[in-house]
Design a protein around this ligand. Structure first.
Ligand code: SF4
Ligand code: SF4
Length: 313
């Protein structure tokens, strides 16, 4: 078993950065995001949930699929290996669920290459982000990592999840040590997912969705910040003088103004995909209860409360 002292985390990142291209949580114009580490960059260890999830490292907004000049097609060079340090337990679990979606045949080539080329180091300070409702939807947060660092006082227990992760133990900052025993916390009352699914399957023409539509301004923020929303559209940008043309993908967002349809239908559909269709297709909601959707909604729509209202109907 291994541990690392909190005061050694900076040195550990510095050590790893000599061998790996490493991204750490850093403040960028006031926003916490996973940014490439360069010497003496300030990593934020006592993290809250960043507004931008690591999804953009794998499913890039505006990513070129290929460029073409006349009938010659050029594919992008495969991405270089990278290490994401300081991924939160919620975002790590979201990537696990996203893997199930994106690896379904035909697998998303770009997503798969990036996932294979990336090492994930989770930093768990055992604090819940605001508005999170992970326990309530019965979501586990301990799958699919390479290395998992759990905070206890001034040090972290280090747990290995893969061979890739085991290779990161070979550093002077990692020390042998006994792991702490995690006290079982009082579990929150679970939502009845079967009742929620039943209500969602009854369709969008209910007062609940009409009421939410009166508040919602279709800004799409809830969808953009969600670590699991993965729809995209494909756009061609043609050169009219036979120069370089490009085919690329952009994140698509059912909640936004661009997306045609009545607002109550769009809101209902967002919930239906996550809490009905996903359960049918993969046996689990397309949600880890991170709470970002509620935190960032400018209209104060509370997504946990909405699920609770679905359950009660
Ligand atoms: S739906 Fe909301 S709570 Fe669930 S994963 Fe997306 S942002 Fe987080
Ligand atoms: S963030 Fe709030 S207001 Fe914006 S689309 Fe989502 S629910 Fe509507």
């Amino acid at each position: 078993m291994s541990t690392i002292r909190e005061k050694d985390l900076g040195g550990y990142i510095e050590f790893l950065s000599q061998k790996h291209k490493i991204y750490t949580p850093q403040l960028n114009a006031g926003t916490l995001t996973l940014k490439e580490y360069v010497k003496d960059a300030k990593t934020v260890f006592n993290q809250s949930l960043p507004s931008a999830s690591p999804k953009n490292h794998f499913l890039k907004h505006g990513e070129p699929f290929f460029t073409f000049i006349g009938d010659e097609i050029y594919e992008p060079t495969p991405p270089a290996p990278k290490t994401l340090f300081g991924v939160t337990p919620w975002d790590n679990q979201a990537l696990r669920i996203l893997d199930d979606i994106m690896f379904e045949e035909p697998a998303d080539y770009y997503y798969r290459i990036r996932r294979q080329n990336t090492t994930i180091i989770v930093l768990d300070d055992r604090r819940k982000p605001p508005n999170s409702f992970t326990d309530q939807i019965g979501c586990n947060l301990n799958e699919g990592y390479d290395l998992y660092l759990t905070k206890f006082g001034g040090e972290y227990d280090v747990t290995v999840g893969s061979q890739k992760g085991a290779d990161y133990l070979n550093a002077p900052q990692i020390r042998p040590g006994e792991h702490h025993i995690i006290q079982q916390e009082k579990k929150e009352k679970k939502l009845d997912l079967a009742a929620i699914k039943k209500y969602l399957d009854e369709g969008p023409h209910k007062k609940l969705w009409m009421r939410l539509a009166e508040k919602c301004i279709s800004c799409g923020l809830c969808s953009y910040v969600c670590p699991l929303t993965h729809s995209f559209n494909i756009e061609d940008h043609q050169s009219l003088n036979l120069g370089v043309s490009v085919r690329k993908r952009n994140w698509e967002n059912i909640m936004s103004q661009k997306h045609l349809g009545e607002d109550h239908v769009k809101i209902h559909e967002w919930f239906r995909r996550k809490f009905s269709q996903s359960i049918e297709e993969r046996g689990t909601p397309e949600c880890v209860g991170c709470g970002r959707c509620t935190t960032f909604c400018p209209q104060g729509i509370d997504f946990e409360e909405t699920l609770s209202n679905c359950e009660k109907r």
